[in-house]
Design a protein around this ligand. Structure first.
Ligand SMILES: NC(=O)c1ccc[n+]([C@@H]2O[C@H](COP(=O)([O-])OP(=O)(O)OC[C@H]3O[C@@H](n4cnc5c(N)ncnc54)[C@H](OP(=O)(O)O)[C@@H]3O)[C@@H](O)[C@H]2O)c1
Length: 286
């Protein structure tokens, strides 16, 4: 066989980016399938995003992940944006299409949705949802739940401006039935709620003892309690739910599935999901 040292390039652009763990799972998946692909963790200063995207295209990058602070800023630099990423207002994944164009996607909410359907075994259609948070993760989760037919979405957020803005965009862009509740003191989750999601950053490493201020005294015994925090996957919030006998879904599931969806978009192949999950678990020490 002829020698081929050429690698297909993918990677993440962020600032800061050193602690981004995605390289661990994507590189493990490339190697498990014997693909001559490389996932690079690249620090791109906000002022350098435009030349970085131009350069990535020139070098034939097959895919790019965007993390803080580039998820919104990258949008005008791309050749097209997928409809759900447009509704979310952010791009976390770029794929190169057959014509060499860079298309913006958002796999965060899709990854979350797959966990709800497959790991928790729940169809969000017709369900009543409470979402804690109104940042980028909350927007992605809310749009995908709305597109999946959720009956009602209540956004609970500390900053009124962010919460109202997210809820307004959600209603205008998806037609979902949604309302906003300012998070001023302990939020009591009602007995009619089917799915509760912590989509804030509360509980993220190193703040591992922090927990969203919610009361679960009145909830339905079937309430699905979800957390987007991937590291550590066992958060105080999920542990409190488990102690009450409630079903839970962790943020590691979301992280793995959003990476699986990205891998499929880039390579056209089905990745080894267990390899990706195990690689992340080893990186997180769990
Ligand atoms: N598992 C995955 O695949 C995945 C994917 C994407 C993101 N994430 C995780 O999602 C989390 C949020 O990311 P993001 O991009 O949405 O961040 P973000 O845009 O900065 O939003 C953070 C959200 O958390 C809220 N918040 C933070 N600290 C709070 C506190 N002490 N009390 C009440 N609310 C608080 C903020 O409320 P205010 O508006 O009031 O500030 C805001 O709604 C991160 O931990 C990230 O790791 C996970």
């Amino acid at each position: 066989m002829a020698t081929n040292y050429k690698e297909e390039l993918t990677g993440v652009f962020g600032y800061p980016v050193a602690e981004n763990p995605t390289c661990v799972m994507q590189q493990a998946a490339f190697e498990a399938l014997g693909l001559q692909w490389r996932y690079l963790t690249i620090e791109v200063h906000p002022e350098s995003l435009t030349p970085a995207i131009v350069g990535a295209k020139a070098m034939g990058f097959r895919g790019i992940n965007l993390t803080i602070p580039h998820k919104v800023a990258v949008m005008p630099l791309l050749d097209g944006i997928a409809p759900d990423a447009q509704m979310i207002g952010a791009v976390n994944t770029v794929r190169r299409d057959d014509e060499g164009r860079f298309i913006g996607e958002n796999t965060d909410g899709k990854g979350f949705l797959r966990g709800v359907r497959e790991d928790a075994g729940i169809d969000p259609a017709g369900k009543r949802i409470v979402l804690l948070g109104a940042g980028g993760a909350a927007r992605a989760v809310a749009v995908e739940l709305a597109l999946a037919g959720a009956a009602e979405i209540t956004v609970v957020n500390r900053s009124v401006e962010r919460g109202e803005s997210m809820t307004g965009d959600l209603v205008a862009r998806t037609g979902a039935k949604a309302s906003f509740v300012p998070w001023t003191n302990t939020y009591r989750v009602g007995s009619d709620v089917d799915i509760l999601v912590n989509s804030t950053s509360i509980g993220l490493y190193p703040d591992v003892d922090a927990m969203p201020d919610v009361a679960l005294d009145d909830v339905s015994p079937d309430l699905l309690v979800c957390d987007v925090i991937p590291n550590p996957p066992s958060t105080p919030f999920l542990r409190a739910a488990t102690e009450r006998g409630l079903p839970t879904l962790d943020g590691l599931s979301m992280l793995v599935y959003q990476g699986v969806i990205g891998f499929q978009m880039w390579t056209g192949e089905t990745p080894p999901e267990d390899v990706m999950r195990d690689a992340l678990k080893a990186a997180f020490g769990v």
